[in-house]
Design a protein around this ligand. Structure first.
Ligand SMILES: C[S@@+](CC[C@H](N)C(=O)[O-])C[C@H]1O[C@@H](n2cnc3c(N)ncnc32)[C@H](O)[C@@H]1O
Length: 252
């Protein structure tokens, strides 16, 4: 397997589990406020911020990079009537997305950095915990901005301390650095404290549904959720030394 497909088997297994597991669906509702089969760290509060950027009164087009099984896009479509587009390298995820969302929707299996779209097609492009997988982040940012219509918005939820190393602050991340290098203005919100509280909720929800995971034979997924949230067993101060989460918006 090439490096381009890092974690491919893990994500195939994850989306296979997400499709069959009631325990995981119930866990997502309790942890995040709704079930979007999150493997990231985005709850309904973060996702609702996207709605402000989706134009109303005409057909809008949204693209989600690393869309998984498309459930977040389905929610955004329900709220805004937008035409939804998503891509992900996971075959299982895209098969489920195509089954779940058939109207005003287009899903493609493809790799960040390889897949391409026509220029000026989208009103909003979202990247929820997926920028890290771009083989060349700067190149991918410029490509995605090219896909946006004039005044379109790139909305990026971005975490440091797991895949990406922790840097000093919201303006020193690899993502912010790539924007600065290209003189691209951006706005950024630091949601590290909100994320700490969310991760605590995620841990509590996992524990609440532990028995359901076990009864389904899905204990390994419960263990994964505990490992992902181990960082909130310490104080916020210690957590914030190692982890950070930001929402970046870039307007074309
Ligand atoms: C951390 S998960 C985030 C999923 C979802 N956006 C969320 O917030 O829950 C990363 C997603 O990106 C996909 N992915 C990982 N590497 C990729 C790549 N190189 N090209 C396309 N998709 C990729 C995975 O299958 C997974 O759906």
């Amino acid at each position: 397997m090439s490096d381009k497909k890092l974690f491919y088997n893990e994500y195939e297994n994850f989306y296979e589990m997400a499709e069959r597991s009631d325990a995981f669906r119930n866990f997502c509702k309790d942890a995040f406020g709704d079930d979007f089969s999150q493997d990231g760290f985005s709850d309904i509060k973060q996702i609702d911020r996207i709605i402000d950027y989706i134009p109303t009164g005409r057909e809008s087009h949204i693209l989600d990079v690393g869309c998984g099984n498309g459930k977040m896009l389905g929610y955004l479509q329900k709220r805004t009537n937008a035409f939804i587009h998503g891509f992900d390298y996971s075959e299982n995820a895209i098969n489920t997305a195509e089954k779940l969302f058939r109207t005003n929707a287009e899903f493609r299996q493809g790799l960040i950095g390889e897949i391409d779209y026509p220029t000026e097609q989208f009103d909003v492009i979202t990247s929820m915990d997926t920028m890290y997988f771009a083989p060349d982040m700067e190149k991918f940012i410029l490509q995605a901005i090219g896909w946006l219509k004039k005044d379109g918005v790139l909305f990026v939820c971005y975490q440091e301390g797991d895949v990406m190393p922790k840097t000093d602050n919201k303006d020193t991340t690899v993502f912010a650095g790539a924007l600065q290098k290209n003189s691209i203005p951006y706005e950024v919100e630091d949601i590290t404290k909100e994320t700490y509280e969310l991760l605590k909720k995620k841990r509590e929800a996992a524990i609440l549904h532990q028995k359901e995971f076990e009864n389904e034979g899905s204990s390994e997924w419960f263990d994964m959720l505990m490992a992902q949230t181990d960082c909130v067993t310490e104080s916020f101060g210690l957590f914030a030394e190692k982890m950070a989460r930001y929402i970046y918006t870039v307007r074309k």
